[in-house]
Design a protein around this ligand. Structure first.
Ligand code: FAD
Ligand code: NAP
Length: 560
C-alpha cells in the first residue's frame, strides 16, 4: 500500500530564504510540497550562524524579500545592518505570515536523492531512514551551509570549549573572564572578534591572511529614513533586480570609470566619500576593482592607509594590512570596530604565516613560536562553499550517476539551476549562477520564480521530465570559466575558487557576469521553450504522484 503522506509533487531541501519562498510559490501554484531541513527551525544561515556580532553586510531594507508588498511594508528593521536575531525573527515572521511551517519537516537531514528513470521521480532518503517520493527535487541547501574546520592535530585533546561560528550553540555561550582564541580573520571572525574581545579576559587571534575590511557605519534605522525608503520600494526593488549585484547603489558617473584613469585628487575624494558610506559602496567606487591590478592597487593603498590610521602599533598595523590577494577577490569584509579592537591591551594577534599552528593541545594552541593557553577556541574557518552541502547528499541521476563523481573536477551545471543527467532536479543559487556575488535574496527570488514558472509550464504541456542537455551545460560551464578568467579573482585562494578546502578542485564557482544579464538569459531560455533542456513525457505508466510505494527496503542503485 503506497504511503501517500510521503509522495509529493516537489521535495525542497532547506528552509532558509530559498526554501521558504520556494514552498510559498509552489503551494500557491497548486503543487504538493514538502520542505525538509536538518535545522529545528526556519532561517538557514540565520538559524546556524549565531556567533556574537553576526549580522548582514547588505543593508536590511535591501536584504529582505520583495515578493509581497504588505510584508515589506509591515516589517520594521531596527538597524541599518540587522543582527542575526532580527533576521531570524524576520524568517520566522515570514513562515508564520504565509503559514509555511505545516509543510516543513525539521530536524531531518536528507542523506540521499536518487532518480528513478522508469517513474521520472526522485526518492529522497533521510537520516531517520524515511523515504519520500517526489516528481521534482529542489535543492535549497545554501551556498554557505557546510561549515569546515581545518584538520589540526590534537583538536580532540583540547579540554576547553570549541565552537565553529557557523554552528554556534543555541544556548548562551558565556565568554566572560575566559581566554579565547579565534582561528581565522574572514567575515565571521571580523564580525565576532570585537564582541568576543569585550567579553573575554584575553583574546588571541590566529591570522593566516589579513583581510580587507570596510566599516559598516551601522546604527539605528530612524523611522523617517525607513519610511522614505519603503515609499520607494517598487522603484528600488526594480533597480536592485536590474543591477549587477542586486544592491542599490547611488548611480554616479564616477563608478563607471576605471580607478586608474581618474586623477589622483578626484580619486582620493571619491574613495573617501564611498568609505564614509561604508560596506560595498566602497568596492563600487570605480568600475574595475576586480578587473585591473593597477586599479586594485590604488584601492589597496587607500585601505592600508585607513588601517594605519586606526591601529596604534605600527608593526601590528602592517600585519593587519591585507597583501595576499587583490581587494574584492575574497569577499570584502564589513566591520564594526574591527581594527580598533587591536588597540586593546587584552588582544593579541598571532601571525600564522611567520609562526604556523603546529598542534592543538589539552589547554591551548601551539605555534612554531610557542604555546597559547586558552579556555575556548573559536573556529571562524569558513565553509565548503557552493558545492559542500550538495556533495554531502548522495545525489544520483540517470544510470545511478553520482553528482559528487560527476563534479570530481569541479561542478558542472546549466545556469547553476540544473545538471545534465539529473532530470527534474533544480539547485537554487547553485554553482555557475551569480548567487554569492549578489544580494542573495535578489538571486534567490529570481531562481525561485524561474523554477516555479518552469514547473507550471511542464504541467501545462503535459510533460514530466526536464533535463539540461550536456551540450548546453558544457557551453555554460565554459562561459562561467571564461568570465572568471577575465578577472583578478583567480589570484586569490578563496572559497569562490574552492581553494579554501584542501583537495577541492580549484575552479571558478559562481557566475561573475551581472545578475541582471543573467536573469535576462534565464528569461530568454524559458521564453524559447526552455532552450538547452530536453523534455519528455513519462517513460512508463508505473507511477503517479500518489501511487509510489515507499514501503520496504531502499532499492539498490546501480553504481556508475
Ligand atoms: P541557507 O540559508 O544556507 O539555508 C540552507 C538550509 O538547507 C539550511 O537550513 C540547512 O540546514 C539546510 N540543509 C542543507 N543541507 C541539508 C540536508 N542534507 N538535509 C536537510 N537540510 C539541509 N548574503 C547576503 O546577500 N547578504 C548578507 O549580508 C549575508 N550575510 C551572511 C552572513 C553569514 C554569517 C553567512 C554564513 C552567509 C551570509 N550571506 C549573506 C549568504 C546567505 O547564506 C544567504 O544570503 C541566504 O541566507 C541563503 O539562503 P538559502 O536559503 O539559499 O541557504
Ligand atoms: P572565510 O571568509 O572563508 O574565512 C575563513 C578564515 O579562516 C580565513 O581567514 C582563513 O584564512 C582562515 N582559515 C581557514 N583555515 C585555516 C587554517 N587551517 N589555519 C588558519 N586559518 C585558517 O569564512 P567566513 O568568515 O565564515 O565567511 C564566509 C562567507 O560567509 C563570507 O565570505 C561571506 O560571504 C559570508 N559571511 C558574511 C558575513 C557578513 O558580513 N554578513 C559574515 C560572515 C560570513 P585564509 O584567508 O588564509 O584562508
Amino acid at each position: 500500500m503506497a504511503d501517500q503522506s510521503k509522495n509529493f509533487d516537489v521535495i525542497v531541501v532547506g528552509a532558509g530564504f530559498s526554501g521558504l519562498y520556494m514552498l510559498h510559490v509552489l503551494r500557491q501554484a497548486g503543487f504538493s510540497v514538502r520542505v525538509i531541513d536538518m535545522a529545528s527551525d526556519v532561517g538557514g544561515t540565520w538559524y546556524w550562524n549565531r556567533y556574537p556580532g553576526a549580522r548582514c553586510d547588505v543593508e536590511s531594507l535591501s536584504y529582505s524579500y520583495s515578493f509581497d508588498e504588505d510584508l515589506q511594508q509591515e516589517w520594521e528593521w531596527k538597524e541599518r545592518y540587522a543582527p542575526q536575531p532580527e533576521i531570524l525573527d524576520y524568517a520566522r515572521h515570514v513562515a508564520e505570515r504565509f503559514d509555511l511551517r505545516r509543510d516543513i519537516q525539521f530536524d531531518t537531514r536528507v542523506t540521499a536523492a536518487h532518480f528513478n528513470e522508469d517513474t521520472s521521480r526522485w526518492t529522497i532518503t533521510t537520516d531517520d531512514g524515511d523515504r519520500y517520493s517526489a516528481h521534482y527535487c529542489v535543492m535549497a541547501t545554501g551556498c554557505l551551509s557546510a561549515p569546515r574546520r581545518p584538520d589540526i592535530p590534537g583538536a580532540e585533546l583540547f579540554g576547553g570549549e570549541q565552537y565553529h561560528t557557523g554552528l554556534w550553540p543555541h544556548d548562551e555561550v558565556d565568554l566572560t573572564g575566559k581566554r579565547v582564541g579565534v582561528i581565522g580573520t574572514g567575515s565571521s571572525a571580523i564580525q565576532s572578534i570585537p564582541q568576543i574581545a569585550k567579553a573575554a579576559c584575553h583574546l588571541t587571534v590566529f591570522q593566516r591572511s589579513a583581510h580587507y575590511s570596510v566599516p559598516a557605519w551601522n546604527g539605528p534605522l530612524e523611522p523617517e529614513v525607513q519610511n522614505a525608503y519603503k515609499a520607494r520600494y517598487p522603484e528600488y526593488r526594480e533597480r536592485m533586480r536590474t543591477s549587477d549585484a542586486g544592491i542599490l547603489y547611488d548611480t554616479h558617473d564616477i563608478n563607471l570609470k576605471p580607478a586608474r584613469e581618474v586623477p589622483e585628487a578626484d580619486r582620493e575624494r571619491e574613495f573617501e566619500k564611498r568609505w564614509k558610506k561604508g560596506a560595498f559602496n566602497f568596492q563600487n567606487t570605480f568600475s574595475d576593482v576586480t578587473k585591473n591590478q593597477e586599479s586594485n592597487d590604488l584601492y589597496v593603498d587607500f585601505v592600508h592607509r585607513k588601517v594605519r590610521e586606526v591601529v596604534n602599533d605600527a608593526k601590528l598595523a602592517e600585519l593587519l594590512c591585507a597583501t595576499d590577494f587583490p581587494l574584492g577577490t575574497k569577499r570584502l569584509c564589513v566591520d564594526i570596530d574591527y581594527f580598533e579592537t587591536y588597540n586593546r591591551d587584552d588582544v593579541t594577534l598571532i601571525d600564522l604565516k611567520a609562526t604556523p599552528i603546529t598542534e592543538i593541545t589539552e589547554d591551548g594552541v601551539r605555534t612554531s613560536a610557542g604555546h597559547h593557553e586558552l579556555d575556548v577556541i573559536v573556529f571562524a574557518t569558513g565553509f565548503d562553499a557552493m558545492t559542500g552541502a550538495l556533495n554531502n547528499i548522495d545525489i544520483r541521476g540517470c544510470g545511478g550517476q553520482a553528482l559528487r563523481e560527476k563534479w570530481a573536477d569541479g561542478p558542472r551545471t546549466y545556469l547553476g539551476l540544473a545538471v545534465a543527467g539529473h532530470p527534474n532536479l533544480f539547485t537554487i543559487t547553485g554553482p555557475g549562477s551569480p548567487s554569492v556575488f549578489t544580494n542573495m535574496i535578489v538571486a534567490i527570488e529570481q531562481h525561485v520564480g524561474w523554477i516555479r514558472d518552469c514547473l507550471i509550464w511542464m504541467r501545462d504541456q503535459g510533460l514530466d521530465r526536464i533535463e539540461a542537455s550536456t551540450a548546453a551545460e558544457d557551453e555554460w560551464v565554459d562561459h562561467v570559466r571564461q568570465l572568471g578568467e577575465q578577472t583578478l579573482y583567480p589570484k586569490a585562494k578563496s572559497w569562490y575558487m574552492g581553494a579554501n578546502v584542501p583537495g577541492k578542485p580549484v575552479v571558478f564557482l559562481p557566475y561573475i557576469g551581472s545578475q541582471h544579464t543573467y536573469a535576462q538569459t534565464c528569461e530568454k531560455i524559458a521564453a524559447q521553450g526552455y532552450e538547452g533542456f530536453d523534455t519528455a513525457r513519462r517513460t512508463s505508466d508505473v507511477a503517479s504522484a500518489t501511487e509510489v510505494d515507499l514501503g520496504g527496503q531502499p532499492e539498490a542503485v546501480a553504481q556508475p
